[in-house]
Design a protein around this ligand. Structure first.
Ligand code: APR
Length: 247
């Protein structure tokens, strides 16, 4: 039985709640995650399609994977999990979301304090002349899309082998170090350095509340309270439990 009352108590008595989200929170929005069965990496080997080296060597090939990602993102809408986190921010319960996702669904759901640890897909940039283009202004009729300088454009996402944007890294590390509750929603916690954030939070004395229908790297090593349910069901139930606790 998942302990929503215990989770609500944790939320109620915490002063600095930060949320770390991964691809799992967007699965109910129709965007497959990466490592579950039928995840994106079951179709595209990340070592071949998701490294900066592979992009530089053959941008047209990597854009075949990026095109599939782009079409998934184009029609995706936030689900109840995203909306619940936005409501918890509005109530002053959640201070900040650090997301590994590039789908902008937290912002679409109304969350305002969102740190995008792996970048986003709203703009494309040229790594030669640094020009940036809004995604809506770029045709993907032919791939790779080209900059006016002739170089292949790439989305502002972080490929394997690239650094996390410095500002995002700083903000996320500060949030993890300062929080007294880290909610971890929909991540396998297998990819560094994002996977260091729960360790940083735990080391600073925070409690870890995890929501994931499957166990992750954290569940039996570090998590204090584990809710084994999909986020789209668990987060609205947590909000209901919070309403009960607060009355
Ligand atoms: N609700 C909550 N969690 C879910 C749901 C759901 N409805 N569906 C799946 N999950 C869980 C899975 O059980 C899994 O533990 O989400 C997790 C997704 O894990 P990954 O596919 O590894 O995605 P993520 O952890 O976000 O990957 C981190 O790896 O490939 C890189 O850059 C990519 O940001 C990504 C990073």
């Amino acid at each position: 039985m998942d302990d929503f009352r215990g989770a609500a108590d944790l939320l109620r008595k915490s002063r600095h709640v930060v949320v770390l989200t991964g691809a799992g929170i967007s699965v109910e929005s129709g965007i497959p995650d990466f490592r579950s069965k039928d995840g994106l990496w079951s179709k595209f080997d990340p070592a071949e399609y998701a490294t900066i080296q592979s992009f530089r060597a053959n941008p047209a090939k990597i854009w075949r994977m990026l095109l599939e990602m782009d079409s998934l993102l184009a029609h995706a809408m936030p689900n109840a999990a995203h909306y619940t986190l936005a409501e918890l921010e509005r109530r002053g319960v959640v201070e900040e979301i650090v997301t590994q996702n590039i789908d902008s669904l937290h912002q679409k759901a109304g969350s305002r304090n969102v740190t995008e640890f792996h970048g986003h897909a709203r703009t494309l940039r040229c790594d030669r002349c640094r020009l940036k283009y809004g995604r809506e202004n770029v045709s993907l009729e032919s791939i790779p899309p080209l900059c006016s300088c002739g170089n292949a454009l790439r989305p502002e996402i972080v490929f394997f082998g690239e650094d996390i944007p410095a500002d995002a890294y700083r903000r996320a590390s500060m949030a993890a170090g300062k929080c007294d509750l880290l909610m971890i929603v929909g991540t396998s916690a297998t990819v560094a350095p994002a996977s260091y954030l729960p360790q940083l939070a735990k080391g600073s004395g925070a409690a870890l509340l995890e929501i994931n229908p499957a166990e992750s790297e954290l569940t039996y090593r570090m998590t204090d309270l584990y809710i084994a349910q999909p986020a789209g069901k668990a987060l609205p139930a947590l909000l209901d439990a919070l309403d009960v606790v607060n009355h």
